[in-house]
Design a protein around this ligand. Sequence first.
Ligand code: ATP
Ligand code: MG
Length: 773
Amino acid sequence: MKHFLEDLNEAQKAPVLHKDGPLMVIAGAGSGKTRVLTYRIAHLMEQGVDSFNILALTFTNKAAREMKKRIADLVGSSETKNLWMGTFHSVFARLLRYDGDKLGYPSNFTIYDTQDSQRLIASIIKEMGLDKDIYKYKQIQNRISSYKNSLITVKAYFQNPELLEADAMAKRPRLGDIYQQYVDRCFKAGAMDFDDLLLRTNELLTRFPEVLLKYQDRFRYILVDEYQDTNHSQYLIVKALSDRYQNICVVGDDAQSIYSFRGANITNILNFQRDYDDVAVYRLEQNYRSTKNIVNAANAIIAKNKNQLEKVVWTANDEGSKIKLHRSTTDAEEGRFVASSIFENKMQQQLPNSHFAVLYRTNSQSRAIEDALRKRDIPYRIYGGLSFYQRKEIKDVLSYLRLVINPKDEEALKRVINFPARGIGQTTIDRLTVAANHYNRSIFEIIENLDKLELKINSGTKRKLEDFVNMIKSFQIMNKGADAFTLAEHVAKKSGILLEFKKDGTPEGIARMENIEELLNGIKDFVEGQKELADATGDLTEFLEDVALATDMDKDTTDMDRVVLMTIHSAKGLEFPYVYIVGMEEDLFPSAMSMNTRSELEEERRLFYVALTRAENQAYLTYTQNRYRWGKLIDAEPSRFLEEIDEKYIDNLTPVDNYRFKPLINSDIFGEVDKSRLRQKKPSNGTPPAAGRPTQDQLRKLRKIRPNIGEPTSGGPMEMPDLSVGTQVNHTRFGKGKVIKLEGAGNDKKAEILFEKGDVKKLLLRFAKLEVL
Ligand code: ATP
Ligand code: MG
């Protein structure tokens, strides 16, 4: 059997075989950085390094799981169980469960998601009597988050005159007080937000040298994927942990740094050589992912950026087809184009849905694409937007479960203390909150001690509060012996949540009930999965942590054959045979928020580079002339990025004869645009063109981005072959075969063909590349 090192080229082998000491792999997209990381771990283990001593940090937990599986395949062992692998957040949450008590946190601390943080901040703003139009809770949450990511504590904030002045200028002089309250309240609730997971890890490693030493000794080998997107907080953790043994391996691509809005700092990669002694730098140049056309076009795009490290990327792969460019009139039409193109490619090439991805700049763009895919019955999976775990009914059930583990969890308690309704009103909750702040206790503890406190709460309400607390306590007792599934099922019933939605009876209520069932199924799966692991029990704490840190990508069950819809940001590191990049328009991509400075525009361009380099065989770029944004139909201009791609890489699908001026009527309101009417419309500049034809000036402008203008276009549907059952045919890809069944009519006519190679395929005749023999 051949050894796994033979799966690598020479340039890739070098960093894999590199002995001890710091190393960095800098290379363009698709050149095998992630592969190098995976193989390096396998190699270390083969060399006798205990997997217990390896830590790998990845962009998603799913990537970590896949890497683990691959390593297990390579080294053929079950040793991978001890590998610590995952996102920064999940790895350090785990570390804090062991050692967070030194900072005063319980080991069962709750993780607040962004929504919890925002609710808490909103309630603090209200309690402080501040104007909610000036103190916007989402903005404040954002600010606090960025302070935390830059390690600006409350104390540091108050000592920083510039920050104080900036917030005073923004008419928010109380921001520091909100920050203080927020931190105190999270702490009191035994909760950490996402940023705390990094901030507190840093605090722990700085304040407790013995803890630092313990983990330095444990993680003798540290590996980081996508290093270009680490933020300051993450950088410091990696630096501290690797300080003793210096066995740090980072891989990244400065041209793919796309998270600066979240505090990622590209200088981490640029300064790596300065931060460690004797850094070995490796470069990979061969791209294995994409066709020549895609690689070359992507190279040309990124070359427009001034700030970047010199890099070469080439590929030995086929030339491939050109990038297809499509223009539509409205976003709905754009969606229809994408859906039919996916459908055609699927039928023509006999591909599964999962070979197709649609990427967009912002989440809201998915709606039009989703509508079109649904109409075509093409199954899809969407990442981003409201994740499953953030749906109301799911958060309700999870809040009960969180309370079972940590009754101090204020956000969970406020969510469900009166859901389902049990007659506990907002005034009561406000009074309890005031008392909790006053006595520096949690609301739960206040309720437990109601008899001893003089609160203005009547005896009827008191009894209801006590009933609630007793119910949670009964769940806690049960939790001692039951697994997460048994408990969750019990809680969903006994809390009354299931009944509440059942009673509701509306389609929405039924959907919510089904979602809860889905959640329970998920918990069951989780429990089964954990049982196979050596160091897991499948209890509730483990499940809640898994949920809190699940990124959108992680919920993916790989066996699902669906088209993937996601933002470009979350597509990082992934690859698909067919990629559609939609909404290539000014103000959308590049985003209106990010074109003020060169560096913002360069980040948008890097984002475009990331998007295009996800494609293996074929990339599509689409844009529309009118788009609904913020509830209004607006004119859209083609993105400047389109002009930046050399014409020779582009195949324009929108022939000039179809060129239409922007419709003065709205096709979405009036249904399909009546093309004959449109042709008679005057364009807005007043000079009537010949029917449907653009003026010379417009042509010139168009030509800049659509090179093939004026030339006849090819690639339309082919003439349908005349077939009957028994006809012998030849297919360009599948070879010779015989028609065994025909169905449908007209454009929908399909043939089932038994090919000589043994497989049966159903082809849509309109597109099938068949020759009758
Ligand atoms: P990105 O910058 O997008 O994260 P990357 O540099 O991490 O890309 P990988 O994802 O590791 O690149 O590799 C890209 C593709 O090329 C993968 O499908 C991988 O399996 C394949 N590949 C990498 N190296 C080789 C090789 N030596 N032989 C064959 N296939 C390879
Ligand atoms: Mg990668």
